[in-house]
Ligand binder design. Sequence first.
Ligand SMILES: [Ca+2]
Length: 211
Amino acid sequence: MAKVIKRNIDVALAIGIGLLLLVISIIGIQKMVVVDQADAQTTDTAAVTVYATVAQTIDISVSSSALNFGTLSDGSVSATNTNFLVKTNAANGYTVTIYDVGDGTTGGLATSSALIAAPSGSVGSTLTAGTQGYGAQCSTTDSDVNIYAVYNDWTGPNNVGPLATTTNNFTSSTSATAGDQSALYLRAAISATSTVGTYEDTITLTATGSF
Ligand SMILES: [Ca+2]
């Protein structure tokens, strides 16, 4: 009888020890779980690098692509004009040059056989009624625009600058612009004996950026 009781006590003790070990291990696991929660990553980042390019741009346009002096008279100096606009992101500005077709060799208003010549080289002239002549001038109210001296006499007495089949500097600026506006003026005069005909010239303005 005493042996049975002792065995039961041993069994109960073994079960008790077993339960105690079980509780201890559960507590241990819980602690491990708590440690894992403290280390858990709840945010993360990913970086994206973005690239974009701004290209060099320059644009020149004229408000009138055809000008007409009408019928010239030996009693007056005739004039006509068009505005031109330069846009560029060139940080150091731009230069505008001018050249014309003339008779293919010399600048001027031409027919297939006659020429009302413009001044050549880098020197201008002053037109007078009754004497053949032709040439270009520039005017602007834009303080950013520099007009090369030989073309900067619009307020003078019928002054004109040269037009040639090779380029002359016309205007310039030292900064980028969303739109610098100036005006190309042309003047022409004839004599009493100027050759009859329909005269024509083509003038090209070229803007070159200083990037
Ligand atoms: Ca301007």
